[in-house]
Every structure is written in structure tokens, then in C-alpha cells.
Design a protein around this ligand. Sequence first.
Ligand code: CP
Ligand code: NVA
Length: 298
Amino acid sequence: MKHLLSIEKLARADMDIILADTVTLKRERGRHAQLPLAGQTWAMVFSKSSTRTRVSFEVGIRELGGQVIFLPSHEIQLGRGEPIKDTARVLGRMVHGAIFRTFAQSDVEEFAHYAHIPTINALTDQEHPCQILTDIFTFQEKRGPVQGKVITFIGDGAGNVATSLVFAAGKAGFELRLAAPKAFQPAAELVKRSGGKIVVTEDVKAAAAGADLLYTDVWVSMGREKESAERLHQMNGYQVNADVVRLARPGALVMHCLPAYRGKEIDEETFEAHAQTIFDQAENRLHVQKAILSWLVG
Ligand code: CP
Ligand code: NVA
């Protein structure tokens, strides 16, 4: 039984299969020779808001021949306290695969364990694997192999996007520089587990110097709203803006997983100057996730 629960647990060879298949699926959109989800129904259980992940999976499943049921957790018994393991055992008897967006990473792992159906992590507090696979695909589409390149992430260095990047660095062989305030840096143990070439610093300028890609994410992730004031205060100064872009390699890409908060993690001018890349990145969620789905059922 295959799952996509984290970048940490994704084998390098499987990552390569997904990224290679994405090229074909993107090129042949609308002319699919195969419908690997024909006859299948997938459930999407979401405990947090979503635009990109929800739409790209709903469209992607249909384009691969499947049907999809969207289940906001507050509308099913899970939201009233039914245990994950019971929800998983019910869904596992009725649907062919599940896509789960939630808080604790252990919840998505528990779901996969009990459901016995292919399960995808559509974002937890710990990881956002679909996003990071898309980011690597988008970089490679525009700049060639990511191996040996420098990716600089600025902002919340301990969030789900940054953590998945940490694990991706070890697998895909890029240098990752994380510029974040001390309180928002990844644990040393986690960085070590990645095995990648990773620099963690408070120095935005040093991190940005010569980078091939500048990347950021919201300062206040879903579920962290109570820490909002403290986060905005501490991360002030960790913004992707023209001063930072100037330090990167000429022609460096700027990416954002979205949604973007102008004036916080990125300024309006920089966002709009790089909107083509950022929305290509958003679109690529569809193509990459179709490759993930195909890989899971293949
Ligand atoms: N980047 C991302 O996952 O966006 P959504 O929260 O809109 O799905
Ligand atoms: N780190 C952000 C990503 C949103 C797609 C969050 O968890 O809210």
C-alpha cells in the first residue's frame, strides 16, 4: 500500500517517478491515454481551509477518471469527536483513496494505518509534501535540474513548507538556506535527519546572496492564529522584497506557496514582478498531484 504522508518518508526513486510523470501529464492534459482512477471514488477530509489543494485535487481526480467527495471535518462526525481511527476504518471500506488536510502529522499517519487505502497528506502542521514536490517541479521546468542549486527560504523556518523543504534538500540535492528568527528555525535534530546541505541563519542577506530561488510562505500558518502578534513582530525584517532579490543570482526565481500576505512575508511590488512564476507554481499543483495519484494507484 503506497501513501504520500511526508517528504521525509518519500523514497528518492518515487520522487523521481512523480516528477517525470508530471511532465507527461502536463503536456497531455485533456488528451489522457489512461484513466487510472476510473471506477474509483476518493474522499478529501479537510480540517483547514484550502483553495489550491482542494481545487487541484478535485479537478485532478476527475481528469484521471475518478469521482471525489469533499468532506470538511466540521460536517462529518470527526468534527464532533469521532476518533480518526474509526473514521479511517469506515472510509477505508467505502472509498478507494483519501486526501487528508489536518493539524498533527500523527493524525494523517494514524488515518493511513487504519484506512488501508492510499492516503495523501494535503498539509499538516509538520509537512506539506504536495507543495514541495510542486515547487521542485516548477523550479526544474524553468531552470533545469535543482541538484546543486541554492534555494533560500525566508520567514517561518519551522513551518510545514520549510520542514518539507528541509527533507527535500537531502533527497533532491539542492543547498537550502533558511533565514528565520531563532524562535522560528527548525530543530537541529530535524536538519540532521534530512542529511541535506542546509544552512540555518538569522542573516537574510547572507542567505539570499547568489541564490537561484527565493521562497517564502505566510508568517502565520493555519492553526497559529493566537501567536499572530508575536509572529508578525519577530518575523518583521524577514520579507522577500527588492532589496533581498537584488542580492540573489541575476534572474533568480521568486516563489510563494500562496496565499500571500502583501506587506508581510513579501511586498506587493516583488509579488507582482514574479506573479508569472508564482501562478505557474500554483497551476503545477494540479499536474504534480495527478502524477502523485497515478503513482499511488499504479
Ligand atoms: N498552497 C496551498 O496549499 O494553498 P491552499 O491552502 O489554498 O490549498
Ligand atoms: N504554512 C501555511 C501553508 C498554507 C498553504 C499554513 O499552514 O497555513
